[in-house]
Design a binder for this molecule. Sequence first.
Ligand code: ZN
Length: 213
Amino acid sequence: MIGSLLAKLRLVWDHCTVCGGNLGSSPQGYLCPSCLSGIKPAPTSRREPLPYVSAYRVYAPYEGVLAEAIRLIKFRGVRPLARLLGERIGGDLRSFREEVSADVITFVPVHPFRYWGRGFDHNREILRGTDLRWEEILVRTKHTKPLARYGKEERFRKVESAFSPAKGERVEGKRVLVFDDVLTTGATAVSVSRTLLLHGADAVFFYFLSREG
Ligand SMILES: [Zn+2]
């Protein structure tokens, strides 16, 4: 009885959460190599401007395998998947950095409260999977609950002045490229950009792994 139950559970554990296929030698235990290799750049035609952001690029829409991978990383703490995503976006991020002539790449950090809960900062972990140089320029000074539960207006209020440059980090005269996982309303990007510009950055660009809606 217990044996067969375990066998059933094992069947679930051993299979890709998206297609149900065999996980093979997948190091993270959730997505099969075939689904992972299907994560590719899929630029959207939507390009409405974001205030304070000179230009931005979105790797692909928030759907399918990519959305599942992001959920697994953020809500189930599947750390190896973050590195794998980083490997996939590295080339596209590099080309965007060259296109906008950015001096430095950085990322939107999570607040330490959430970092402790998960054990790692997912954006930093994704960048680690790329072969690009990046720096930790920003700190989150205000703990905000997950923004998904708020309406658009409220999201902008919640993240207002929620960031600042880390102690000793100078951004004057620099063209800063910021990485973030998901573009939803743009509230976070606007807040980060305004902060960096107020501290003397020359221009701020954003690269999003994904876009919702
Ligand atoms: Zn699969």
